[in-house]
Design a protein around this ligand. Structure first.
Ligand code: SF4
Length: 409
């Protein structure tokens, strides 16, 4: 079939430039974790080779779109359980299928105490140029209570290795709100984090996800949990402290030194299309958000079915205009820069645009008075730390209002 060049131009313009690859293996399940993970840390195990085979198959079955990738993110699970040979094969498949931009960002999540910490140089040689170290806490008791396998000594070794390899672009993750955590312990972890001098720091607030051990062990009002007042103090302390030390609070949970924001995650928050590969991974392109099965058996079956079709099919409905607008708002407002309403609504016909804009402005203005929301021309944003801290309230109100609007249905 002949297709005009404009067809390819349009497809390329909408093509994903980011790819997420899920590596589900972990040494053990942490007590707060609800990610799709498989407890198996043995290289060459039956699980491991079968999974990697299915994953590589999925990549090869996904049609490329004449648009090289500008970011790849290996998340998990624990990608630092991969040997350099395993990682190299996946990278080669991605490169062959989609192509890599010259300045591609390739990130890998690494856990202290995993073999990958000793492969850092090999990972670098394969093209990995951003590392995200899952520290979570520098306090031994908190690591233990969370079911982490690493110790503080492992964190120190990992940081030494990162420095020894001359790794420039790396990030460190911390969690606040852990059972028994005090403000002093939180301050100490943040102090140790900045002493290590990563370019990027992620600060996550503990959420009690159903089906996790924490959910079972700690009811929301459990006295062992720090409680709202204390976690708010922790959040505000992190904001003041990290900003003072040169880390810009660019997203609700993320801080970076200038030019070191995570390119891959920015694609999510800007609601741009991306590929997703592997167990439970979500992809988003052609306005379809599609999540792969979260159980290994079902995932293998899905990949096999796709192989029968000869290419990956996302059997799901495209997002409606209203759903797309809601997603753009919910994701964009997570960023310090916020959203530009003129830009966001430019595709709408004049009448609809005015109505929707008035509605959004009415909601956001309510929170301007509280000092949580700011505005510069038609750029609206949450003001940290209070605005970020209260983002759930602002976003929930906005969502409720937009869901009830019928003009976009
Ligand atoms: S290492 Fe990460 S992905 Fe694995 S169980 Fe712990 S939190 Fe979950």
């Amino acid at each position: 079939m002949f297709l005009p060049p404009s067809y390819y131009k349009k497809r390329a313009a909408l093509a994903p430039k980011a790819a997420y690859v899920h590596i589900p293996f972990c040494q053990q399940k942490c007590h707060y974790c609800d990610f799709p993970v498989v407890v198996d840390d043995k290289p060459n195990s039956r699980h491991r080779s079968k999974y990697l085979e299915a994953l590589r198959w999925e990549i090869k079955l996904t049609p490329g779109r004449r648009q090289p990738l500008t970011s790849v993110f290996f998340g998990g699970g624990t990608p630092s359980l991969l040997t350099p040979a395993e990682l190299g094969q996946i990278l080669q498949d991605l490169r062959e299928q989609f192509g890599f931009a010259e300045d591609i960002e390739i990130s890998l999540e690494a856990d202290p105490g995993t073999p990958g910490i000793h492969y850092l140089e090999e990972y670098q040689k394969l093209g990995v140029n951003r590392l995200s170290l899952g520290v979570q806490s520098f306090i031994p008791e908190l690591l233990q209570v969370s079911g982490r396998t690493h110790r503080v000594e492992d964190i120190e070794t990992a940081i030494q290795q990162i420095k020894a390899c001359g790794w420039e672009n790396w990030s460190l993750d911390l969690i606040q709100g852990l059972p028994g955590q005090t403000l002093e312990q939180w301050e100490l972890s943040l102090q140790k984090a900045i002493t290590a001098q990563p370019k990027h720091i992620s600060v996550y607030d503990l959420t009690l996800e159903p089906k996790t051990r924490f959910y079972r062990d700690y009811p929301e009002d459990s006295p062992a949990l720090p409680g709202d007042e204390l976690t708010a103090k922790m959040y505000c302390f992190a904001h003041e402290f990290l900003e003072k030390h040169g880390y810009h609070h660019y997203e609700i949970s993320n801080y970076a030194q200038p030019d070191y924001q995570c390119r891959h995650n920015l694609a999510y928050w800007h609601n741009q299309p991306y590929y997703g590969f592997g167990l439970g991974a979500t992809s988003y392109f052609d306005q379809v958000r599609f999540q792969r099965p979260k159980q290994l058996k079902a995932y293998y079956k899905w990949v096999e079915e796709q192989a029968i079709f000869g290419s990956i099919e996302m059997l799901d409905y495209p997002l409606s205009t209203k759903e797309q607008l809601i997603e753009n708002l919910m994701l964009g407002l997570r960023l310090r820069e916020g959203i530009n309403l003129t830009q966001l609504l430019k595709k709408f016909p004049a009448g609809t645009k005015t109505l929707v804009e008035n509605l959004i402005v009415r909601q956001l203005s309510r929170f301007q008075a509280e000092g949580w929301v700011g505005k510069k021309r038609n750029q609206w944003f949450l003001i940290p730390p209070q605005g970020f801290l209260m983002s759930n309230i602002v976003l929930a109100n906005l969502l409720l209002e937009l869901e009830n609007i019928t003009i976009l249905d």
